[in-house]
Design a binder for this molecule. Structure first.
Ligand code: ZN
Ligand code: ZN
Ligand code: FE
Length: 760
């Protein structure tokens, strides 16, 4: 891996052992030529693998004996770029303790310098323009090192030896504070202090962070956070907060040992934590009230992260209170990365802009993880993780996988590795599509990929499918839920046969309808849809995605036909006018603009609407989240019943999960006024029992859980638990998200499998 101080480490080791020779970065990795006594050479090889620098990871070590060259010294060669670049690109790394000490020390020359870094920390992927990783190939090429920095850079014993983004207040990037028309108001430390002052006064500040612009606001200030929601067009979706330290995180949330480790890791992701404070933990009264409710409305969880650049550290120290940090974009668009773009797009949102002159090479959102079943599960994979690969067991043909439409992320294969680009977002808007092309060119460029095929979803109208078809390269399509299951298999390093459970919102099915409550067996390249949710109609088609009440109408119609629309006891029905209800009945009765779906996400929507939790949603997954959050901490052991029906008339012979008995009981509970927590528990538990029932009908020991529904902690943990109890081996996501952000990995893995079998 490049940029972790590996060459300096090799150099020090060789010098300590009296070996001659050289070390060089190449696009293939690192090459070392050493010469010396047998004992010293053996010692070198042993220590090379056991005493690696903190961020280094040795994937493979090849050794070869060469003729003596008579080296008298050991040298570090400059990088070569003759081979195809296949070396790993290191993600950005959170500020290390040594650098933190320097910016805190008034007598250090980097005191309060926001761009301090070293070989153990700092920007990498976000400044990288091309491989190999040398300063000239990063956006730091614009800055000429001063004599001090140059000396550090060239001194093998120094912590900054060959630290490519090395900089100091004399020679490196600097801050400026601008108003919304781009006029400079302050520079350097004054800019930082003035921005802090503005935040203290409830202003919204756009900060040029590591991977692009972020919007900041005082997380305690209801009015200011509400104003940010209004300006950004983001009424409900939870915001994440940044707190100064682990200790501070513990004053607002429960933090387990694993969650602490994740928060303080070099990747420094947003970790979803449960709000509240341990009763036996003393908490400072002044920070207790810290987080305004409007930061994450009706949400028992809070996304929390720690500062991960010196700039964030300095700002948080200045403020002494937590801040909301959210991507600098309009809802649905990618984040702005340069000042010009930011001023144009964020003018109506931010009051002030805290900028600097180090260009961002690639937009990188903050990554999001959640601990599920005792392990970290990636929910959004970007800063700190991208573009690290998931390694498969076999060598793969060169492929470019374009992912889906929502939560877009692309992947490319190099050798046996699947390099996964950062989260781009939904591909609905022109700026998002532009960012998608940018990400594609960047990933291809970095790894010099000449794909033999481009892989995309089977959906004919996804933007990514259009891009694939117009590429002029061979196209391989992979069914959406097969890709989900393949992604989870690749994520867990398993080959199959498996029973795949893919539960999500929307995926194009083999029969052209919308799937999403799927059970698919996978064996080699053969797949069979062995069971699925009983389909129901979505009146208004696409509109149903943002209106859970339409899914509710759909299931009611399945149960009661037109008579379902007589009463108005249910909020789902009341929320439509009489005239609207009339139109809906007609749509459903005549099958007009009422596509049928087997989507589990839409079933969650229906239940969230029937229980009165959400009628219209403003972000993906809102209804499903509301149902999960409606659960008590220890939900009661109650459950509705889902009937498994074998359908002889179904050509595929798939089992149907008939949810009608469940819905009958659920409606009866609602009518008798049962608490929502009870209904939610009985619903979740019914789904898990049906899942185990289906697993028992098929002979696969391995059961793979994928799709956005498995971001639900209760659902996933209970499924794992019940499956294990019944003798199965459950697998779930860790390194890539269960949502559509993980599709590209599955597409690449599956396409490689098809090519290998000669069926693509
Ligand atoms: Zn450092
Ligand atoms: Zn300098
Ligand atoms: Fe999906």
């Amino acid at each position: 891996m490049q940029g972790v101080g590996f060459r300096p480490y090799v150099n020090r080791l060789a010098l300590a052992l009296g070996l001659g020779g050289w070390v060089a970065n190449s696009s293939d990795g690192v090459t070392v030529d050493i010469e010396g006594t047998d004992v010293a050479v053996e010692d070198f090889l042993r220590r090379l693998t056991t005493q690696l620098p903190p961020l280094a990871r040795l994937d493979r070590l090849h050794t070869q004996e060469l003729a003596l060259a008579g080296y008298t010294v050991f040298t570090i060669h400059p990088s070569t770029s003759t081979d195809a670049p296949t070396a790993l690109v290191l993600p950005d790394v959170a500020t290390c303790d040594d650098c933190l000490n320097e910016i805190s020390n008034p007598s250090d020359r980097r005191y309060r310098y926001p761009f301090t870094n070293c070989t153990n920390c700092g920007p990498r992927f976000s400044i990288l323009e091309t491989l190999p990783y040398d300063r000239a190939n990063t956006t730091m090429r614009l800055f000429v090192m001063c004599d001090y920095c140059r000396a550090e850079y060239e001194m093998p014993a120094d912590r900054r030896f060959h630290a490519q983004p090395n900089a100091c207040p004399e020679c490196g990037p600097q801050l400026a504070l601008q108003d919304s028309i781009g006029t400079n108001l302050a520079h350097r430390d004054h800019a930082l202090r003035a921005a802090a002052e503005a935040l203290r006064n409830g202003k919204i500040v756009a900060l040029k962070g590591l991977g692009g612009f972020q919007l900041l606001v005082d997380a305690r200030n209801d009015t200011a956070v509400g104003e940010l929601r209004r300006r950004k067009g983001r009424p409900h979706k939870p915001f994440a907060v940044m707190v100064a330290s682990l200790a501070h995180a513990e004053t607002v949330c429960y933090v387990s040992a694993l969650e602490q480790e994740l928060l303080a890791s070099p990747q420094a992701p947003i970790v979803l934590l449960r709000r509240g404070v341990h009763p036996d933990r003393p908490h400072p009264a002044k920070t207790r009230s810290a987080i305004a409710d409007v930061v994450a409305p009706d949400n028992p969880l809070l996304g929390v992260m720690l500062p991960y650049t010196p700039l964030h550290h300095l700002l948080l120290r200045e403020l002494e209170f937590p801040i909301v940090i959210t991507s600098g974009n309009l809802s649905g668009e990618p984040m702005a990365i340069d000042e010009h773009d930011a001023l144009k797009r964020l003018r109506g949102i931010a009051d002030l802009f805290l900028v600097h002159n180090r260009p961002v090479a690639c937009a990188l959102d903050d990554s999001v993880v959640r601990v599920i079943a005792g392990r970290a599960m990636m929910l959004r994979r970007a800063r700190g993780y991208a573009p690290l690969p998931v390694a498969l067991k076999q060598r793969l043909p060169s492929l470019l996988a374009l992912g889906g439409h929502l939560k877009s992320a692309i992947a490319t294969t190099v050798g046996s590795q699947v390099m996964i680009g950062p989260h781009v977002g939904d591909l609905d808007t022109t700026p998002a599509r532009k960012a998608f092309h940018g990400a594609m060119h960047r990933l291809r460029g970095l790894h010099a990929v000449q794909p033999v095929a481009i892989v995309c979803d089977q959906h004919p109208d996804y933007y990514s499918s259009h891009v694939a078809r117009s590429s002029g390269t061979k196209v391989i399509t992979v069914q959406h839920h097969v890709a989900h299951i393949a992604a989870c298999m690749a994520d867990n390093g398993i080959e199959g046969p498996v029973l795949g459970v893919a539960w999500d919102g929307t995926g194009y099915g083999n029969d052209g309808t919308i799937w999403g409550g799927e059970f698919i067996t996978v064996d080699g390249v053969s797949t069979r849809r062995v069971a699925h949710l009983r389909p129901f109609a979505l009146a208004g088609g696409e509109k149903a995605v943002t209106e859970p009440r339409r899914a509710a109408i759909g299931v009611l119609y399945e149960l009661f036909g037109e008579s379902a629309f007589g009463g108005t006891t249910l909020e789902a029905l009341r929320s439509f006018s009489a005239a609207e209800r009339k139109v809906l009945v007609r749509m459903l009765a005549r099958n007009l603009n009422a596509p049928r779906t087997s989507s589990m996400g839409r079933l969650f929507d229906a239940v969230a609407s029937l229980t009165g939790l959400v009628q219209r949603s403003s972000f993906q997954g809102q209804a499903a989240m509301a149902l999960e959050f409606a659960l008590d901490e220890h939900p009661p052991q109650v459950q509705y019943h889902i009937e498994l029906q074998s359908r002889d008339d179904d050509a595929q012979g798939a089992l149907i999960l008939d949810w009608r008995p469940m819905l009958q009981a659920l409606l009866a509970d609602i009518v008798r006024g049962a608490p929502t927590s009870h209904v939610a528990a009985a619903f979740h538990n019914a789904l898990v029992e049906a899942l185990v029932d289906v697993a028992q009908r098929f002979g696969n020991t391995r059961v793979v859980l994928s799709g956005g529904c498995f971001q639900n902690r209760y659902l996933t943990e209970r499924a794992i638990d019940r499956l294990r109890h019944a003798g199965f081996e459950p697998y779930w996501h860790q390194h890539v998200p269960p949502n559509d952000g993980g599709l590209a990995l599955g597409q690449a893995m599956w396409a490689a499998r098809l090519l290998e079998a000669g069926v693509a």
